[in-house]
Design a protein around this ligand. Structure first.
Ligand code: ZN
Length: 449
């Protein structure tokens, strides 16, 4: 060791905080930073990497400059004077070696602390690879590598057990097509659609993502998860998507599908708007314009019953009556939307009381018999048919209050991450970044630093 002829500055060593080296002196580098001279401070650095025997025959010294974190806001340039040793062990094939410490392994030109900071800045801090590289003075490929190492270590290998998951699909960028040189046919290389699997109740973010939008992609991802995890899933929240429902029945036969009520209300609104437009054309032979009764009330029709004041309710009624038969039909359609909303409002989350079977079936009956009274309106019949087809999922929503809101929240985070990165060219990287972004909060709660 070379420590006998140089004096160690213990305070500066502590301040630098780089395990395995000791600071001998610190100089201004003339550019606002510091040049920090260090020597090896760990005996184990002298052990031959091949045979493990401590070397005693010094060959020479060389100085390297591993990159490290800034210290107190000042750039730090390290000059590490490290020894090269002869391995004198007869059985060892290695002749010489250079000292190495865990913070700076052989051939590494950055410290582990710096690499860790770069990975954490992207995975946990929400910095982009470019930003983190600029902050820490590292190139894009190095930061990307640090991020991948950090993500592999901090993301759980298996999804956390949960009672309820949410599945949904989102469009991510453009599909990528490539021409097959053998067949001359264009083939889809990367699908623009991603299916996301989220924790619907535990807030642990995205469990995984797969490309595609069909039942096979859903079933395949589910089948890859541990059996204990699959058994724990009792509810799966989805939009009104028959493909996903079929996949869930196949891959998780014991789990119940939950329909997100938000999408049912949206569907009812859409059918009401279709009917209003159809009947407006029947009445006027054109779109509604100022002065028509339907024009006056079309905004009120979009509102919910409880948001209307007495005056607006009155206006809705009188103007639609003024329209005659078509007006009455539009009013009936608005009522059926509201009856459906009454039914959905029984959900446990809204009332904090689990609705009993008779309350649910009475509200369901009111909606269906209202539609039956207006069975000449195809939009209402279609809506009632959809409610019928998805009844199990709706009823499970009413009694559990589980929604797919977690998927929507994650999609917002993922879009933000993509926008910050100016889009992703690499889909695998995109999925990794998405998982990091959506699990950030729950990972912070489990491992607070
Ligand atoms: Zn050796």
């Amino acid at each position: 060791m070379s420590t006998h002829d140089t004096e160690i500055n213990r305070d500066a060593t502590r301040l630098l905080g780089l395990e395995g080296v000791s600071v001998t002196k610190v100089k201004d580098d003339g550019a606002g930073g510091s040049t920090v001279y260090v020597v090896t401070g760990e005996d184990s650095a002298r052990a031959c990497p091949s045979c493990g025997v401590f070397a005693t025959r010094l060959k020479d010294y060389r100085t390297t400059a591993p990159r490290h974190l800034a210290c107190g806001g000042r750039q730090v340039s390290i000059r590490w004077r490290k020894a090269r040793w002869h391995c004198t062990e007869a059985a060892c094939a290695r002749r010489t070696f250079t000292e190495a410490i865990p913070q700076v392994p052989a051939r590494m030109r950055t410290t582990a602390a710096l690499r860790e900071a770069a990975g954490a800045a992207v995975a946990d801090g929400g910095r982009t690879v470019v930003q983190a590289g600029r902050d820490l003075g590292l190139s894009w490929p190095i930061v990307q590598h640090c991020f991948e190492v950090h993500a592999a270590r901090s993301l759980p290998a298996e999804p956390a057990e949960t009672e309820a998951i949410g599945i949904d699909e989102t469009r991510r960028g453009k599909p990528v097509w490539k021409q097959n040189p053998d067949t001359d046919k264009w083939e889809l290389v990367a699908d623009a659609w991603h299916i996301g699997f989220v924790d619907a109740i535990g807030g642990r973010g995205l469990f995984g993502q797969v490309e595609g939008r069909n039942a096979a992609s859903v079933a395949e991802w589910l089948a890859l998860q541990p059996a204990t995890w699959r058994e724990a899933v009792r509810y799966v929240a989805i939009d009104l998507c028959a493909t996903f429902r079929a996949a869930i029945h196949r891959a998780l036969p014991h789990a119940k599908v939950v329909v997100d009520c938000f999408h049912i209300v949206q569907l009812a609104q859409r059918h009401l708007a279709d009917l209003r437009r159809r009947l407006t054309w029947k009445q006027h032979g054109r779109r509604a314009r100022k002065g028509d009764s339907i024009y006056t009330v079309r905004k009120i029709l979009r509102r919910n019953k409880e948001d209307l004041n007495h005056e607006q309710r009155q206006l809705l009624k009188t103007e639609l009556e003024h329209m005659g038969t078509y007006g009455k039909q539009i009013y009936a359609a608005w009522q059926s939307k509201e009856l459906l909303r009454d039914l959905l409002h029984l959900a446990v989350t809204r009332r904090h009381v689990t609705p009993d079977h008779s309350t649910i079936s009475a509200a369901r009956h009111r909606f269906f018999s209202h539609v039956a009274d207006h069975a000449h309106l195809p939009e209402l019949v279609t809506l009632a048919e959809t409610v019928e087809q998805w009844w199990d999922g709706i009823e499970t929503y009413l009694t559990t209050g589980i929604t797919n809101a977690a998927s929507e929240g994650n999609n917002r985070l993922i879009k933000l991450e993509a926008r910050n990165a100016f889009g992703f060219s690499n889909r695998t990287n995109q999925r990794l970044r998405s998982r990091c972004a959506t699990t950030r909060r729950s990972r912070r709660e489990t491992h607070p630093h």
